[in-house]
Design a protein around this ligand. Structure first.
Ligand SMILES: [Zn+2]
Length: 269
């Protein structure tokens, strides 16, 4: 599933192409109901909250489109004239210059202001948003009874963090994924939040996740092969100390840790 940096990058790219323009809006597949009610309206903004995208159109409610890519959703971009849409295209947006096709999302639906408020109430702070409230995020981590590894993937605690950032940010802060979130000292949680902000922002800038930055600097980082991009994620040995990396399921996703660099709870408490 795409992590938050991918969604923010889609929002940024689509704003650049289509913000302020009147768009032709359609659902070639037909499963985005009432898509035609937005047809011809001006797109005011594309916003990202965690893994959710929200398009805001000018005019009467409902004037928002909520998109969640899920595991299989994808965008395809074309220059106008665009090829005919595939029959699986859930939503097509067309400006005078570009077309964007959305295929295979988990959600693509009209949304009014009240529904947006309900969605946002379910989401924790998103480290990539300028208006994110760090104190509120840390309070949510302190309140949960889950392990820190489980809490980071809970979108109602923090929005936008996925499996790779979980593994790499916990590693960078020396925190074992099984440590109870509430037992992590406040100063360490602050550092974890700041680490996530920096890692996610770099991901938006570079369009991919490279967290082993001390091993791959500057321009070279863009070409670093995937297996060398991480310190523990997907690895057999820790990039720094070469101890074996342990892999186990936390919240149904593989967690990775170097138990030399990230002491397990029994030895660290
Ligand atoms: Zn290590």
């Amino acid at each position: 599933m795409p992590e938050g940096h991918t969604i923010h990058r889609h929002a940024r790219d689509q704003r650049r192409l289509m913000q302020g323009k009147a768009l032709a809006v359609s659902s070639p597949q037909g499963r985005f109901e009432r898509a035609d009610t937005l047809d011809g309206r001006r797109l005011l903004d594309v916003e990202a909250w965690g893994k959710h995208l929200v398009y805001v159109f000018e005019g009467p409610e409902p004037r928002r489109v909520h998109v969640h890519l899920g595991l299989f959703g994808k965008f395809r971009r074309h220059k106008v004239p665009a090829p005919p849409p595939r029959t699986t295209c859930r939503m097509r947006l067309v400006s005078e210059t570009h077309a964007i096709d959305l295929v295979g999302p988990t959600a693509c639906e009209l949304m009014d202001e009240a529904a947006l408020a309900r969605l946002l109430a379910r989401l924790g702070p998103d480290p990539l948003r300028d208006d994110a409230d760090r104190a509120a995020a840390l309070a949510r981590l302190k309140r949960t009874r889950a392990s820190i590894g489980a809490a980071l993937l809970d979108q109602s605690v923090l929005a936008g963090v996925g499996n790779v950032y979980r593994a790499e940010a916990l590693y960078a802060c020396g925190i074992h994924p099984d440590v109870g979130a509430a037992s992590v000292p406040g100063a360490v949680l602050e550092r974890l939040w700041d680490t996530l902000v920096a890692m996610l922002r770099r991901g938006v800038r570079e369009g991919r996740i490279v967290t082993a930055v001390e091993f791959a600097k500057g321009e070279k980082r863009r070409r670093v092969p995937r297996r060398e991009a991480f310190v523990v994620y997907g690895r057999r040995a820790c990039r720094r100390c070469e101890s074996p990396v342990r892999r186990w399921l936390v919240r149904q996703r593989w967690a990775y840790a170097c138990e030399t660099c990230q002491p397990p709870p029994s030895t660290s408490s």
